[in-house]
Every structure is written in structure tokens, then in C-alpha cells.
Design a protein around this ligand. Structure first.
Ligand SMILES: Cc1cc2nc3c(=O)[nH]c(=O)nc-3n(C[C@H](O)[C@H](O)[C@H](O)COP(=O)(O)OP(=O)(O)OC[C@H]3O[C@@H](n4cnc5c(N)ncnc54)[C@H](O)[C@@H]3O)c2cc1C
Length: 414
């Protein structure tokens, strides 16, 4: 029997990769909940920061862009840089893409992936992989594509984690932004949102619109700022999916040489390029409605504030440049502090396999075609950003990644 390729993940990267593999006639089994990060782990009413041109899931054949979905669904076309995409529309687009191009998707979890042992029981050389599904099924795949995106990688800074003794939770003192879909429960509440990126600023604006009294706490270099609208961007700089700038243009269209940059530079750029900056259209919904505390650092967070807390909620002690420390109280703190790739957190990868993967600061080191140091194991999306650059953190990264990954895999395992 021909062994299929396993694609783990049904977000933009998993679906796009699967579509490319299928188009090459490679048998695939695709696992995951379609578009679950967008449907359940982002706030209702959110608008995408990316423009329509930068929000297509790459497909091997024409007719599967966002605008094609708009036509098929009979809704107004989202085309220009001024057209803003509601998260609900984008989620529906991804589900439509899945139904058309990856109809055999299996909505089950992969529980474990291990290298198959050879005749002598040696797993370090054997060809193929053993996968276990949460349905109980065991099967062998000739190659594995890890496209698990944001799942399990939510990052809480240690000083906030200390106040979330039982882990971050919407019902506890501290949560992560990925744990909130409906912000209406914060009506009438004092809310602190930590972070200065789009996710933090938009969560804060949506909570304020829902009737919460919201304060953003931005730390270190993360000053609150908003991008320029498309019509105010300098015309002499080249266009990219993220705006007009030479650096963005190079990173968007030439991710190939990124792998050859020094390790420190690669990790720095992934964190900093396209870093904390609110979308141009968010400014007027934010300013005057959300309070802002720009602090040097959070010194500590206490879950119930002890005697210092007026309302018994969490208390943040923050250091402010030139003004010493200050205490900020709230009913709840949302940490909108993003995601960190760490192979150790991908617990579905068997221990032995994880120890065989070459990593750099917890992220997989990838070669040409997105292959890891273990032949047959590929990573795409967020975990590939330290090898292929910040564009892999965004949907438009599928355009570069998916055809190249599929081509490499077809040549090596087709
Ligand atoms: C608040 C917020 C706003 C964003 N806005 C934008 C934007 O405007 N534009 C943009 O381009 N990007 C945006 N992003 C980034 C965007 O979310 C990612 O680029 C994109 O979702 C990554 O897609 P993915 O396919 O890699 O992973 P995801 O979309 O996270 O999908 C992960 C998939 O893996 C599956 N999975 C996980 N573990 C397993 C397992 N063990 N077994 C089986 N399946 C598994 C899940 O079910 C899911 O299907 C935003 C991110 C956030 C947090």
C-alpha cells in the first residue's frame, strides 16, 4: 500500500500545502480543525491587519483567492488596500478553500509522531513515520508536514505567569489573548491589556467598545504606534504586502537567502520586523478610548493584589522611566504578548524525534524546501519563520512556502 504524506494542521499553511501536494498527485492525509485559530482564538469582530492582496491562501490553480470567495459567497468584493477584512469573512474563506481543495480533511488530532523503526528496531535511520491519532488509529506516513501554527505556543512573560498560578485563564486573574473570543463579558470591568502589537491594541479597542474600562500596558521598546494609511505611504519605495519599504519588499519576495543570515540577526528580525504597530484604521477607535501606560518593565504581578488592591483583582507593579515604580490595578489582565516557537512545546512530536531535530533557540533549523534535519519532516508557517523570515508569520507566506515545500517533498518522497 502507498504510504500517504501526513499534513498536521488545517489553518492557512496546512490547507495551502495540502492543496499543492494533492495537485502533484501525492496522496495526503490532512488533520486538524479548519481555521480554528481564526474561529476560536481571535476576538469576534476583529478586523485583519493584512490587506486583501496579502490575505490569499496560495493554491496551485487559479480561482481560490479571497476575491473568488467573495464572488462565490455573493458578498462585496474585498480587493483594494482600503478594504478591511472581518475575521468572520476570512474564516469562511478558509473553510471554503478547504471544502474545495482539501475535501478529505480529517478533523482529528495527531497525538504522536515518531520515526518508524528499521528491522533492527533502530528509529534513527528508519524510513517513514508512525502517527497516532486521537481516534486511536495508528498509521505510517512517508513524510510529515508540521503546520500546527499558533497551537500551543501562546507566550506569557514570566512576570505575568507568576500571577497565573494555575495557568492563564479567562476566569483567573491573568489570561492570554488567544483565550478570548467574546470580549463582551468585560462590560463594566477594569481591564489591563499587556502588549503593544495589533492584537493587544485591537483587543483593547474591542473591549472598550464592549463597555470595559481598558488600559494598555506597553513595555520596553513596545511603544503604542499606528501605521500610515495606504494613501500616505511614500510612493518612491517598493510595494510589499505589508506596506512600502525596501526592507519589507526584500523580506516578502526574497525569503530564500534569509537562512544564510547570522543566527542572531534572523531571530532579531523575526521579532522586530513587522513588530508592534497598530493598523492605520484602528487609531481613531483607540485614541481617547483606551488609557495607555508606557512602562520600562513589569516588576511583578500579584494575582489578588494583597492589601494594595482596591477591588481584590490583580495588581501590576511597573517601573516607569524617571518615575520609579507604580501600581496598576484591574479586575483582569490579558497578556497579548504573542507566540513563541518552541519544539519542546510541540508535545505531539515524539521525544526521540524532537531530540533528533536540529534547533536554533527552540525553533527547527530548516533547509531548502522547508525540510528539517530529519529527512521527511517539514515545518511551515510560524515555526519556519526563523529560517525563512518574518513573512512566514503571515498568511501571504503561503505563496512562497507551499509550492516550494511541495516541490521538495515530491522530489524526495514522491
Ligand atoms: C490576533 C491575531 C491576528 C492576526 N492577524 C493576521 C492578519 O491580519 N493577517 C495575517 O496574515 N496573519 C495574521 N495573524 C497571523 C496568523 O494567525 C497566522 O499567520 C496563521 O494563522 C498561521 O496559519 P497556520 O496554518 O500556520 O496555523 P493556524 O492557523 O494556527 O492553524 C493551526 C492548525 O493546526 C491544527 N493542529 C494543531 N495541533 C494539531 C495536532 N496535534 N493534530 C492535528 N491538528 C493540529 C489546528 O487544528 C489548526 O487547524 C494573526 C494572528 C493573531 C494571533
Amino acid at each position: 500500500m502507498i504510504q500517504p504524506v501526513a499534513v498536521i494542521g488545517a489553518g492557512p499553511f496546512g490547507l495551502s500545502t495540502a492543496a499543492h501536494l494533492r495537485a502533484r498527485g501525492i496522496p495526503v492525509r490532512v488533520f486538524g480543525e479548519p481555521m480554528v485559530s481564526w474561529r476560536d482564538h481571535m476576538p469576534a469582530g476583529m478586523l485583519l491587519k493584512s490587506t486583501p492582496a496579502a490575505s490569499n491562501l496560495d493554491a496551485p490553480q487559479p480561482g481560490h483567492n479571497l476575491v473568488d470567495y467573495c464572488d462565490a459567497a455573493g458578498i462585496p468584493r474585498l480587493v483594494t488596500d482600503e478594504d478591511i477584512i472581518p475575521v468572520e469573512t476570512f474564516t469562511a474563506y478558509g473553510e471554503w478553500f478547504q471544502q474545495k481543495l482539501v475535501p478529505e480533511l480529517e478533523r482529528v488530532r495527531v497525538v504522536s509522531v515518531d520515526r518508524k523503526a528499521d528491522r533492527n528496531g533502530d528509529r534513527s535511520k528508519g524510513g517513514g513515520f508512525e502517527l497516532k491519532l486521537d481516534s486511536g488509529e495508528l498509521f505510517t506516513a512517508r513524510a510529515v508536514v508540521v503546520a500546527t501554527g499558533l497551537s500551543g505556543l501562546a507566550h506569557l512573560p514570566p512576570e505575568l505567569a507568576a500571577a497565573a498560578v494555575d495557568g492563564p485563564a479567562p476566569t483567573g486573574p491573568v489570561s492570554h489573548s488567544s483565550q478570548h473570543h467574546d470580549l463582551s463579558g468585560f462590560k463594566g470591568k477594569e481591564l489591563i491589556v499587556v502588549g503593544a502589537g495589533q492584537s493587544a491594541l485591537e483587543t483593547a479597542a474591542l473591549a472598550a467598545e464592549a463597555g470595559a474600562n481598558v488600559r494598555i500596558v506597553s513595555r520596553g521598546h513596545g511603544r503604542v504606534a499606528f501605521g500610515a494609511p495606504p494613501w500616505q505611504q511614500p510612493k518612491l519605495r517598493p510595494e510589499s504586502p505589508f506596506g512600502r519599504a525596501w526592507s519589507l519588499w526584500a523580506l516578502s519576495y526574497y525569503p530564500q537567502p534569509y537562512r544564510y543570515l547570522p543566527e542572531q540577526t534572523r531571530h532579531y528580525l523575526v521579532r522586530r520586523v513587522l513588530g508592534p504597530l497598530g493598523a492605520w484604521w484602528l487609531r481613531e477607535r483607540f485614541e481617547g478610548k483606551v488609557q495607555v501606560s508606557e512602562v520600562e518593565r513589569i516588576v511583578r504581578a500579584e494575582p489578588d493584589g494583597g492589601a494594595g488592591a482596591a477591588n481584590g483583582g490583580p495588581v501590576l507593579t511597573v517601573a516607569t522611566p524617571g518615575r520609579g515604580t507604580q501600581q496598576l490595578t484591574a479586575d483582569h489582565v490579558i497578556s497579548a504578548t504573542g507566540y513563541r516557537v518552541d519544539i519542546a512545546a510541540m508535545d505531539f512530536l515524539g521525544h526521540e524525534l524532537r531530540t533528533q531535530l536540529a534547533v536554533s533557540r527552540g525553533t527547527p533549523k530548516l533547509g531548502a524546501g522547508y525540510v528539517s534535519s530529519v529527512p521527511g519532516v517539514y515545518f511551515t508557517g510560524l515555526p519556519s519563520a526563523s529560517s525563512y523570515g518574518p513573512v512566514m508569520r503571515f498568511v501571504c507566506g503561503t505563496e512562497f512556502a507551499s509550492p516550494r515545500l511541495a516541490k521538495h517533498l515530491a522530489a524526495a518522497h514522491g
